[in-house]
Design a protein around this ligand. Structure first.
Ligand code: TXA
Ligand code: MG
Length: 340
């Protein structure tokens, strides 16, 4: 299959949006930018289209997808019995990097969340995907546009590296401003539950949902055979092929540890770099969590090119958006954490 390039930066914006919408209306699949990561979109009403998404990504069929909407009317078409608190959250966090798990409406294709009575819904901030949703008149199911298990794509080049020839089209847009996927909160549990941390932080959520609980799977390895609230949490994810470790400790201890390893790569903070004698990939300043979020997946994508024996990633603080970065990194490291 030839993957069509729809250029919205230097090409004709309106034509590209319309073409993407037409492909989606006829059950094709299109990679689209969002403010978090690039998504691989399909009509949320079409099992046939969604099947193509799972195939292109090589995604386990039991891992449900997020449905993207462009206005509040669309929300009522994809979710039932919406609690009042969902509207409060929507007012505060939409459009933006925030996803709510709600009761699924019968209109949504079964394969969006196979075997579940719930659906995850998000209204993105990025204008181009909202224009495509409007133009198609369809809510779009869209997981991240990467091969399952690989780091999420934050540029269209990442998307093409993974999926060129496997999808109908890719919208060539800006690099993703946030860089980690949306915050996922379930409103279908006894108490609201944070299933995946993102750029809407736990601190911000507590202002609206004071009784929110944090799912254990966010920072710890799921126990064997145990049911996981967010199925995406149970998979090894975002991982380079190089053996990956997450390292906790101050700059001095980190440098001493990594310098003692042979043929290592350090995915590190700008502040660490002067003290390191190994190959480095800087993912931002320790004091700028937004930069760490924006760059983390690009750094992980570069690791394998350095042909090292192992990669040691300097762990960020677990506060603010740092919690989201830590959550992705502990999965990239398959829960191998070294505390110095
Ligand atoms: O920022 C994002 O959310 C990006 C962009 C493209 O919007 N999308 C994204 O999708 O990250 P994906 O498929 O890579 O991650 C979806 C996450 C998974 O962890 C999945 O298990 C969880 O959301 N999820 C989806 N539907 C769910 C449901 N009904 N109940 C619980 N968790 C759900
Ligand atoms: Mg993903």
């Amino acid at each position: 299959m030839t993957t069509e390039r729809l250029d919205i930066l230097s090409g004709d914006y309106q034509n590209s949006i319309k073409r993407a919408a037409d492909i989606l209306k006829s059950d094709g699949i299109v990679a689209v930018p969002t403010e978090t990561v690039y998504g691989l979109a399909a009509s949320a009403f079409s099992d046939a289209a969604i099947l193509k998404v799972f195939e292109a990504k090589g995604r386990p069929q039991d891992n449900p997808l997020i449905v993207h909407i462009s206005d509040m009317d669309m929300l009522k078409g994809v979710a039932d019995d919406i609690p009042d608190i969902a509207f409060v959250c929507a007012k505060k966090f939409w459009p933006g990097p925030f996803t709510m798990v709600l009761k699924k409406s019968g209109a949504v294709a079964d394969s969006v969340s196979p075997g579940l009575e719930t659906v995850a819904v998000r209204m993105p901030l990025e204008k181009s995907i909202r224009d495509i949703i409007d133009c198609a008149g369809l809510p779009l199911a869209a997981p991240s546009a990467n091969i399952s298990g690989c780091p999420s794509p934050t540029t269209y080049t990442h998307v093409l590296n993974d999926l060129d020839g496997k999808i109908d089209a890719v919208v060539l847009g800006n690099d993703c401003k946030i860089g980690v996927e949306s915050t996922v909160v379930s409103l279908c549990t006894d108490k609201p539950r944070l299933l995946r941390p993102g750029a809407v932080t736990l601190e911000q959520l507590k202002a609206v949902l004071p009784d929110i609980e944090v799912d254990k799977a966010i920072l710890s390895e799921p126990e064997n055979g145990k049911k996981v609230a967010s199925p995406g949490m149970k998979y090894k994810h975002y991982a380079p092929k190089t053996d990956t470790f997450l390292v906790e400790g101050n700059s001095e201890k980190y440098a001493e540890f990594v310098n003692g390893r042979e043929n290592a790569v350090a995915v590190c903070f700008a502040e660490d770099k002067p003290f390191l004698k190994v190959k480095t990939l800087v993912y931002g300043s320790a004091n700028d969590q937004s930069a760490l979020a924006k760059n983390v997946f690009s750094a992980l994508r570069q690791v394998d090119q350095l042909k090292a024996t192992a990669v040691y990633i300097h762990a960020p603080e677990k506060t603010g958006v740092g919690l989201a970065v830590y959550n992705r990194l502990i999965r990239a490291a398959a829960f191998k954490v070294i505390s110095l």
